[in-house]
Design a binder for this molecule. Structure first.
Ligand code: TXA
Ligand code: MG
Length: 313
């Protein structure tokens, strides 16, 4: 492990990209202070440069060097970090995060991921490490090392194995850069969780009128095969992602259960990984049973909607 950490640090320091595991999805990481390294991230992912990156840290005191942390932001970070919460905050003038990493915005997204080896690397590296999900832009995020190998495999010099990502979907993004606290992306930390800690109303991006997470404008999280949010009349060569044990429709080539005990955290953990697996097996489409739209279900349905061919944006 020490050897791996040293190798990771040397690569980050020399402006290379590496793949790091996190509790949400695997990230394609590079030093956020190094514009040339950040250029590599955009290029490898084929990501439009107007879509800013999240900077990762091991400590709140390091975050505070780059963005303004008010009492609300501190409270949330202290409560949820390390963990799947990203905050969008105003950048300091002398912020170490380069302009390219934040797509020239005055704000920066920051988080402390919950993964032992990644935290150790971030702790020793000290500076901000930008890491978008380690997939081609618009495709499905990787939740296992093998998913990364299959796609970006030959484009990165090191992929650190962190086993299957515990949460399985990307972090919740909360914008605290204005007076209103606005959720820009749903994740396993829900708006109720945030409201409880903050004691303040949390707005959803639709309430706010305009979408502020540029990446959310795109069709996203899309598998290569077709994803159907209906289970009526199974298509030819179609697999089913089931939920619960009741009323599972029949007639599909294969059925995988996202959670037979109807546990939404388990659904989130399995979702991308099962889609990767079924896609690999060559099914033409995947039908998904209805997932309750509450709690973590809101984030799951958000990803399903974006991944399905229903979405034209
Ligand atoms: O769970 C995660 O957050 C993973 C792991 C690797 O940490 N990372 C991740 O990064 O999902 P990415 O780049 O795939 O998604 C980052 C999202 C994008 O939708 C981007 O537009 C938004 O964060 N974002 C980044 N900086 C922002 C900013 N300053 N203002 C608004 N949105 C921002
Ligand atoms: Mg992504």
């Amino acid at each position: 492990m020490d050897h791996l950490i040293e190798k990771a640090l040397a690569l980050l320091e020399s402006g290379e990209t590496i793949v790091l595991p996190t509790e949400t999805v695997y990230g394609l990481a590079a030093s956020a202070q190094n514009e040339e390294a950040i250029k590599k991230i955009y290029k490898i992912k084929n990501r439009p440069s107007f879509n800013p990156l999240i900077s990762h840290y091991a400590e709140i005191s390091e975050i505070e060097k780059d963005v303004y942390l008010d009492s609300k932001a501190k409270k949330l970070l202290e409560h949820f970090s390390p963990g799947p919460l990203t905050l969008v905050l105003n950048k300091k003038k002398n912020s170490r995060i380069c302009d390219l990493a934040t797509a020239n915005l005055n704000t920066a997204a920051v988080r402390i991921p919950d993964n032992e080896i990644t935290l150790e690397i971030l702790k020793q590296f000290k500076g901000p490490v930008a890491a978008p999900s380690a997939n081609y832009s618009t495709e499905l995020s990787p939740t296992k090392k093998e998913h990364v190998e299959k796609s970006l495999g030959d484009k990165v010099s090191l992929i650190i194995d962190g086993m299957q990502a515990e949460h399985g979907i990307e972090s919740t993004i909360l914008d605290l850069s204005t007076n209103k606290a606005v959720i820009l992306r749903f994740g396993t930390i829900t708006s109720q969780d945030l409201e409880e800690v903050l004691g303040q109303k949390i707005y959803l991006k639709d309430d706010d009128g305009n979408i502020k997470a540029p990446g959310m404008l795109l069709r996203h999280y899309a598998p290569k095969c077709k994803l159907r949010l209906s289970t009526e009349s199974p298509h030819e060569n179609e697999a089913l992602l089931a939920f619960g044990e009741k009323n599972i429709p029949q007639g599909f080539k294969e059925i995988k259960n996202l959670s037979s005990r109807e546990d939404l955290a388990e659904v989130a953990k399995n979702l991308f990984s099962y889609i990767h697996e079924l896609e690999e097996k060559g099914y033409e489409s995947i039908a998904v049973m209805k997932i309750p739209n509450q709690g973590i279900g809101i984030a799951i349905n958000d990803r399903l909607k974006r991944a399905s061919n229903d979405l034209n944006t």
